[in-house]
Design a protein around this ligand. Sequence first.
Ligand SMILES: Nc1nc2c(ncn2[C@@H]2O[C@H](COP(=O)(O)OP(=O)(O)OP(=O)(O)O)[C@@H](O)[C@H]2O)c(=O)[nH]1
Ligand SMILES: [Mg+2]
Length: 286
Amino acid sequence: MEAEPLINEATLVTPEVVPFTNGLSPQSLLLLSLALVAGLLIVIAFSRRKSRSRGDILLLLGPPDAGKTAILSTFAFTSTLQSHTSLQVNTCLVPLSPVGTLPVVDVPGHPRIRDQFQEYLGNARAVAFVVDASTISRNGSTVAEHLHHVLHAITSLPPSHLAPALLIVAHKCDLMKAATSSGSPAEVAISRVRTILERELEKRREAQSSGMGIEGLGAEGERSDMGGLDCSSPGGIFKFADWEGGEVDFAGTWVNVGELKEEEKGAVTDGLDSLRSWLVAAFTMT
Ligand SMILES: Nc1nc2c(ncn2[C@@H]2O[C@H](COP(=O)(O)OP(=O)(O)OP(=O)(O)O)[C@@H](O)[C@H]2O)c(=O)[nH]1
Ligand SMILES: [Mg+2]
């Protein structure tokens, strides 16, 4: 008796592969391909974003005599130590609840030393540019020139770096006239610092865009091609709110520089709470 074949012929027939695109109209195919390309681009952008590095220090920058070292000593020792013009970079670990310990680098404002901030910028998670709000009306153009260097450096960071958060600190609010109808001393200080710096930075932007160069506006040896002031506002007019380099925040602060009476010690607070809250947000941001 002939044995039954184990495999019948039907199972040996190569199955016909039907492309899943069969039956799709050319328009649907086009849409499908576009969706695939878009999906691929999103994945690439997301993975690049994730791989961008973010620093972990706070950089205190700003003109001489603004109060950077006074702020640093208040953070570190909870009381303000007498400070004088710094001639070298101060580095310190300060406690910041609930973040933990914050490495802070205070770069002196002297024109010969201030550019050393560039060495630390790549490691900065946050930059606080400290300005003496009580003298800004007199030295606005010099302060704006210094800030322009900082804005230029931030916009020149390589794409692999996430730009640090930027805060302009209107400091020495205690020297502002007591609360007026235009607001608290901190509000008046912020508004003054913002207005003067926007006006001075706009002068620099305009001088550059009209091809005049900015040598006449700034310090010796300043680069006339220094960018960093681009804004999305109509006509590109410089406004912090429209700055293309990122968000710019403002805070009004002060510290106790006078000798405290015995009963005031431990009870008198400083005026750095707005700076602390901003730092907590900047250092907990994912
Ligand atoms: N009234 C008042 N004086 C302040 C305040 N903060 C700092 N000062 C004084 O301002 C002067 C300059 O402060 P510093 O902290 O040394 O200034 P800085 O920004 O470190 O200056 P450089 O080291 O030169 O870049 C010192 O005499 C401080 O006592 C403040 O909030 N109010
Ligand atoms: Mg100092």
